[in-house]
Design a protein around this ligand. Structure first.
Ligand SMILES: [Zn+2]
Length: 267
């Protein structure tokens, strides 16, 4: 059995051996620079060094595998996650099984935000849409840290505010903005969170994410491609002209970035 790694000194550029737990399988060991680990998540990076080290010492690193369900709507939140790479969809589910994506969280945020408010159950399905890795901490340890760490409270309250803005923006966006501009926004959000101009997804998946029929997505994607903003082939989407795609996007993309920057600054 693997021993848990010692609390890493994340401010020293040394290699630390961390325990990595694929979400549903046996632990594996990887070597990673601990400095990168500690600051790859922007919320953790925003914490004072001492506070970050104390929190990270209680976390383990898990892989985020494509389509992993981290938590279902109504389910008890067992862990909080701080993604370092990859990204996770927040999906609101209705009684008839219909689901709509209301948020997309990557290394700028965290999952399990109900815990910030002292709540125990998840309001959304949390599904990995871009694979990567995350710090994971048990709900119990997270609550304990939050209760005794004002800097952590301040940072996560600010994030909760950003997330509320994102949820509201998405509701208005879904109601008022065209499929093409929403698709452009979604592709930009995905590009930013995957830190790559190339990622995989199908029209069917996009239709599910944007809550429109597949035909509507096909038409919108063709339009963005014909304007030279994106290319796609066999599920792989490539952003060819990010500036053009931003112009094609509704204001919601820029608004979301502005809100985050206003709250956290550039770092
Ligand atoms: Zn919009």
């Amino acid at each position: 059995m693997l021993a848990r790694a010692a609390a890493p000194d994340i401010d020293q550029a040394v290699l630390a051996c961390k325990r990595v737990l694929p979400h549903h399988s046996q632990p594996i060991l990887v070597m990673q620079p601990s400095t990168t680990y500690g600051t790859a998540n922007r919320l953790l990076a925003a914490l004072p060094s001492k506070n970050r080290q104390r929190l990270v010492a209680q976390c383990e690193v898990v892989n985020l595998d494509l389509s992993d369900v981290l938590c279902e709507s109504g389910e008890r939140i067992a862990h909080a996650y701080f993604p370092m790479a990859g990204f996770v969809s927040l999906l609101t589910r209705l009684d008839d099984g219909a689901r709509l994506e209301v948020g997309l969280v990557g290394n700028e945020g965290m999952l399990g935000t109900g815990l910030i408010f002292g709540m125990g159950n998840s309001l959304q399905d949390l599904i990995v849409q871009g694979q990567g890795s995350a710090w994971r901490i048990s709900a119990t340890a997270f609550r304990r840290e939050l209760a005794q760490d004002p800097a952590l409270q301040r940072t996560l309250n600010r994030y909760a505010y950003v997330l509320m803005a994102q949820l509201g923006q998405t509701a208005a966006c879904t109601h008022f903005h065209t499929v093409e501009s929403r698709l452009a926004r979604w592709l930009l959000l995905t590009r930013d969170r995957s830190h790559s101009n190339s990622f995989f997804m199908t029209h069917e998946f996009l239709a599910h994410m944007l809550g429109v029929r597949r035909a509507g997505i096909t038409w919108a994607a063709s339009s963005l491609r014909d304007q030279g903003f994106i290319g796609y082939r066999r599920g792989e989407v490539r952003v060819l002209n990010g500036v053009g795609l931003e112009k094609a996007s509704c204001q919601c993309y820029r608004q979301g970035n502005t809100t985050y920057r206003d709250v956290f600054g550039r770092h």
